[in-house]
Design a protein around this ligand. Structure first.
Ligand code: ADE
Length: 229
């Protein structure tokens, strides 16, 4: 999969060089290209923002550098990419969306800062690919970079071969609409706390039933919104 990221803080994405995603880049499963939005400006100060029409607080990202950056990326793309703009005003990013996006060949992430990006950029981008505005959650970050890091990790680990043991992806929180069951390892007793006896029983059926019950119980307690009525 090819991933292009446009940001005014490209070094934030250096973190994608480590761990499983770093390895996936080395083996060629992931081709991540990070672009500095300021490279697409033409003034001495490499300006990417300006005051909002209609007044109001903060600054808005200018459309021109975005247009040039997106043209540059689209120009050597084999197929129209999916273009994601992280935004607290977007659709909620979920495991389902992560899985959908993990099947794409090419994703482009545009990281906004300040009060956001000039709205016309989204319309222009829709002529180059399929645009999605995605929110990490109902809170506001200073910009899209941290959200994109989270999305790239959630999507990247679903690409076959990125996570060594694909079975570890199956029983995770959100994969079947429920939270994950609790996990334990040795020792069987630690600081007065015992591992639930069923896990030591060797009875696979009983273990599976217990884990399912735990999933439902946890989801009811912590995330009742995930359960069907
Ligand atoms: N940018 C700022 N806040 C955000 C959020 N909650 N999700 C995605 N992008 C953002």
């Amino acid at each position: 999969m090819r991933i292009d990221v446009v940001s005014i803080f490209p070094t934030i994405f250096d973190a994608l060089e480590v761990s499983l995603l770093g390895k996936a880049r080395q083996t060629g499963l992931l081709d991540v290209r990070v672009h500095d939005l300021r490279d697409y400006t033409h003034d001495r100060h490499r300006t990417v923002d300006d005051t909002p029409y209609g007044g109001g607080a903060g600054m808005v990202m200018k459309p021109e550098p975005w247009g040039l950056a997106l043209d540059d990326i689209a120009q050597d793309a084999a197929e129209p990419p999916v273009i994601v703009f992280p935004s607290p005003a977007g659709e909620r990013f979920t495991q389902k969306i992560a899985r959908e996006l993990s099947h794409e060949d090419h994703l482009v992430f545009g990281c906004g800062r300040y009060e956001g990006i000039d709205e016309r950029v989204f319309d222009y981008a829709a002529g180059l690919g399929r645009v999605r505005l995605l929110s990490l959650g109902d809170y506001v970050l200073n910009g899209g970079e941290v959200a994109v890091m989270a999305m790239v990790e959630a999507i990247g680990r679903l690409i076959p071969g990125v996570v060594g043991n694909p079975e570890s992806l199956v029983e995770e929180s959100h994969e079947d609409g429920l939270l994950e069951y609790p996990s334990f390892t040795k020792p069987a007793s630690w600081r007065g706390r015992d591992v639930p006896p069923v896990l030591l029983s060797g009875n696979h059926g009983a273990v599976a039933t217990w884990r399912r019950e735990q999933q439902i119980e946890r989801t009811r307690e912590r995330r009742p919104d995930l359960l069907p009525d």
